[in-house]
Design a protein around this ligand. Structure first.
Ligand code: UN1
Length: 508
């Protein structure tokens, strides 16, 4: 392939970094599945697909490991996650570089993604000493009622290309301290970062000493590999992150065999800029949330409601910010917007822009930027819309920000909520009544509702996920760990009689 002059080879960079991360060359050469770098469009590796029988073997091994791991004290399980966190710290620059090469993120965001993994490891280490249940008042004398939390089993993890390593870690770090084991199916677009994470995990396992084999495994492939994982009877929980279409396929299959689904699907996130907003702050918040990660976060800001009194002041500033961001090679320090993942992403963006134009939208940006032949770089698009048309209500995984002016806050909140998705949202305001209304029961219907920050870039300490078509699952912090354990209610009688609950008598 001929490369455009502006970018250096991604293949050479990938080979060097994979070597440093300890990924055996046989794992990323000689296979049938090409891996393409969105940075240059080059094919940088050929990985081996896991056959269906291989998925079953991985689950069986993980299940055997679970039977051992569930009896290891939780703080000791935490020690493995602590060691893994150390490996991630040491490999942060290299793993970040690989995220950039394989997913196209700019370096700062790739490093941030690895930092998010380190953070969840730290969190999980602490959690390993804080897995607790309740003691509950009982109506019977000389009885005690309590709940205990036990390891659940093998957790299937399906992750998307846009957070190719962090999303796995939110699940795996918690699952491992909870006494579960994991089988991970990464996006078929980003298998290399998964192989690298696996290599780092195995280093931690070797240092840990006595971990059972098969605690965490990667399986690679397309839909059939995902289905084999989702359908396996020894997988009681599947945590799936990706499109709503994927969730629609996965959810019913899991329900059909009464397995748990933890779904984190599409978002169509909005922000409201209210009259009292600090406009400098709002501008920066909107710019990062809408253009960061080239609009390919599930939390990306896609809809902006600007109060009519500010519209003419705010829009020109936003347009200037859109015109000034550097779109280009994500490995370069000054670049803020890297490539779209592939041509299909580019085509979807162009389709949405043409639908928006047909619905009365006025578009600024959105055009192709020539960086590397065979790669898909675009200038983020700002689309002023007269109303919330159908195209605005659907999630297009690309840097398009629809802007609509509003007069009345309650009407703006209603519009914000009037989409099928319910992941993230925010309001920029210095009016306490508006801020409180926005996060109240009558406010945003999303899993995340922020004030004076954008909808993206959440920390791991909070529960992450959303409502409606976003799938309802919660990952990462708060009490999300409970999804990875099974709860038992225990009632113990330490008396000499057998009083029955609800006053029932049954004297024999
Ligand atoms: C995703 O895009 O799937 O809140 C996850 C954020 C990140 C995670 C995004 N911490 O934007």
């Amino acid at each position: 392939m001929t490369l455009h002059m502006k970018v250096g080879s991604a293949a050479a960079d990938a080979a060097a970094v994979l070597g440093r991360l300890g990924v055996a060359e046989t794992l990323w050469t000689g296979g049938c599945r090409p891996v393409r770098s969105p940075v240059t469009g080059e094919i940088i590796a050929h990985v081996h697909d896991t056959p269906a029988i291989g998925v079953a073997q991985a689950v069986d091994r993980a299940h055997a490991a679970f039977l051992n791991w569930r009896s290891v004290p939780a703080p000791r399980r935490g020690e493995l996650v602590r060691l893994f966190g150390e490996e991630l710290r040491a490999a942060k620059a290299d793993l970040g570089a690989l995220v950039t090469l394989e997913a196209g993120k700019v370096t700062s965001e790739s490093l941030g993604e690895v930092q998010e993994m380190i953070d969840i490891c730290d969190y999980a280490v602490g959690l390993s000493r804080q897995l607790f249940g309740l003691t509950i008042a009982t109506e019977r004398p000389d009885h005690r009622m309590m709940e205990t939390w036990h390891p659940l089993g093998v957790v299937g993890i399906i992750s998307a290309f846009n957070f190719p390593v962090a999303v796995w870690s939110w699940n795996a770090a918690l699952a491992l301290v909870c006494g579960d084991t994991c089988v991970w199916k990464p996006s078929e677009k980003t298998p290399l970062t998964a192989l690298a994470v696996q290599a780092l995990f195995e280093r931690a396992v070797a240092r840990f000493g006595d971990a059972p084999a098969g605690l965490s495994t990667v399986v690679i492939g397309g839909r059939d590999v995902g289905e084999a994982l989702v359908d396996h009877p020894k997988v009681p929980l599947v945590s799936a992150t990706g499109s709503t279409a994927m969730g629609r396929a996965v959810g019913p299959r899991l329900a059909g065999r009464f397995a748990r689904a933890l779904l984190e699907l599409g978002g169509n996130n909005a922000a409201i800029v209210a009259p009292s907003a600090d406009l400098d702050l709002a501008l920066r918040g909107v710019a990062f949330a809408a253009m960061g990660t080239a609009g390919q976060r599930c939390t990306t800001l896609r809809r902006l409601f600007v109060h009519e009194s500010l519209y003419d002041a705010f829009l020109p500033r936003l347009k200037a910010a859109y015109a000034s961001v550097k779109v280009g090679d994500p490995r370069e320090a000054r670049t803020l917007v890297g490539p779209l993942i592939d041509r299909a992403g580019f085509d979807l963006m162009q389709q949405a822009l043409s639908d928006a134009r047909a619905a009365g939208g006025t578009i600024t940006g959105g055009e192709r930027v020539e960086v590397a032949e065979g790669a898909d770089y675009v200038r983020p698009a700002l689309v002023e819309m007269p109303a919330q048309a159908e195209v605005v209500r659907r999630e297009t995984f690309a840097p398009i920000l629809y802007v609509i002016s509003y007069r009345d806050l309650e009407a703006a909140i209603a519009l914000q909520n009037d989409v099928p998705q319910g992941l993230s949202s925010s309001i920029f305001t210095n009016d306490m009544r508006e801020a409180e209304l926005f996060i109240s029961a009558r406010g945003s219907d999303c899993g995340i509702a922020n004030v004076n920050i954008g909808p993206s870039g959440a920390e791991i300490g909070g529960a992450f996920g959303g409502e409606k078509e976003t799938g309802g699952g919660r990952e990462a912090g708060s009490d999300s760990w409970r999804a990875y354990m099974r709860r038992a209610t225990n009632t113990l009688n330490y008396g000499a009689t057998l009083p029955l609950a609800q006053g029932v008598t049954f004297d024999v």
